[in-house]
Design a protein around this ligand. Structure first.
Ligand SMILES: [Zn+2]
Length: 396
């Protein structure tokens, strides 16, 4: 028997224990760690258009504009899930709960499901007993999906979203689940709360999950925030079966709010268009026309694209128009194929905003509605950039 077959056999042997555990204890820490490390590698390598057969990769890879979709897996738990729901309610945040049907063992769990639905969260399918389904037989897969599908329908919802346990899927399994009408949801960010939970929330040991940097080994909040900064938002994975997650959630949501993040659900077709079968907006950059921030689906190292709205003041009929911009100090990023950019101020010196320089590609600003070329000074802010001027496309 190969090592792979042996570990699979062990996983299957141990899986029923997982199904029965109602205190959040992990039955086989080594297998859980290996599965999550494999999942981490997939999310990190995932390309924008390579949803393919991975149960981890979300087809949308950018353009989140500081939007976060919270997801909670492996519940319901009659003790910890209500604590999570309490915190979400205090913050007015809606999330998605991927449940395991085997956890619904009595009236207490059914009451938790009813509360999830009543409070506006999405109830979704995470299989019956949390097996690694990558190598499951067709019959086993059908039973694992179907039993929890029935649990969800009993709770009064039409299931729409499915997440493979550990994000572990095969191509045939993926097409089977999609054939049932499900949208398969992976994640961009693993909070590693399952790893912190192994020490009651104190730390995530390197031997359990090696992808948490040493600086964040004892800092779940810091790790979550660092991941979100790197990816500008996205779908994030938590587990509502851990008391340590429920205890940390209020601090995490407060930090997200303070940092300017907003919350969406996994069915949001504006910020997760590909996941929801919608066509993403064309890629835009500084100087492109826009109506709202989410039209400006690009970011710099420190901030997301924003739509600068203005009303021309030179006698043109007053109409609300706008172009894409970025907050800046000193410098702005350039992009091949787009006009060169310049950091100036559009509000009398209070803040910096990236604008397009007058260039052939924007027909000397004529292609950017409401603007005209003007010589403007660089906004330096706290940067070390030198004073400079440029001819840029600014509101007339
Ligand atoms: Zn899970």
């Amino acid at each position: 028997m190969s090592a792979r077959a042996l570990s699979l056999a062990l996983a299957l042997l141990l899986a029923p224990v997982a199904a029965c555990a109602d205190d959040g204890a992990e039955p086989d820490a080594a297998q859980v760690s290996a599965s999550f490390e494999e999942a981490y590698a997939q999310t990190d390598l995932g390309k924008e258009d390579s949803g393919g057969c991975s149960g981890v990769v979300v087809p949308d890879r950018s353009g989140f504009g500081k939007r976060v979709a919270l997801t909670f897996d492996d519940g319901p738990n009659a003790v910890t899930t209500p604590r999570v729901l309490d915190v979400l309610a205090e913050h007015g945040v809606k999330a998605t709960f991927f449940i395991n049907g085997s956890r619904v063992t009595g009236p207490a769990e059914r009451a938790v499901l009813a509360r999830i639905v009543a409070e506006g969260h999405i109830l979704a399918n995470h299989s019956q007993s949390h097996l690694d389904l990558k190598n499951a037989s067709a019959a086993k897969l059908a039973s694992e999906v179907g039993k929890t599908d029935a649990v969800l329908r009993d709770a009064g919802v039409t299931p729409r979203f499915f997440r493979f346990p550990f994000g572990s899927a095969s191509c045939s399994g993926m097409s089977y689940v999609k054939g049932l009408g499900y949208t398969v949801v992976g994640w961009h960010i693993d909070s590693a709360d399952w790893c912190f939970a192994t020490t009651g929330g104190a730390s995530c040991p390197a031997r359990t999950f090696r992808y948490v940097p040493d600086a964040y080994r004892s800092d779940l909040l810091g790790y979550v925030m660092s991941q979100l900064r790197a990816k500008d938002g996205g779908v994030i994975l938590f587990h509502d079966i851990h008391a340590s997650t429920a205890a940390a959630l209020d601090g995490i949501l407060s930090a997200l709010e303070d940092a300017g993040y907003a919350f969406v659900q996994v069915d949001d077709a504006v910020y997760l268009p590909r996941l929801n079968g919608a066509t993403p907006p064309p890629a835009r950059f500084v100087g492109a026309a826009c109506e709202a921030d989410h039209d400006c689906n690009f970011s710099s190292a420190v901030s997301s694209g924003i739509c600068h709205r203005f009303t021309p003041t030179d006698g043109t009929p007053a109409e609300e128009i706008g172009f894409c911009s970025l907050p800046c100090e000193g410098t702005c990023p350039d992009r091949v194929g787009a006009s060169p950019t310049f950091c100036t101020t559009l509000d009398g010196g209070a803040t910096g905003r990236c604008v397009a320089k007058s260039a052939a590609v924007n027909e000397s600003c004529e292609a950017i509605e409401g603007t005209a070329p003007a010589v403007v000074a660089r906004f330096i802010g706290t940067s070390s950039a030198a004073a400079a001027t440029a001819t840029a496309c600014v509101p007339r």
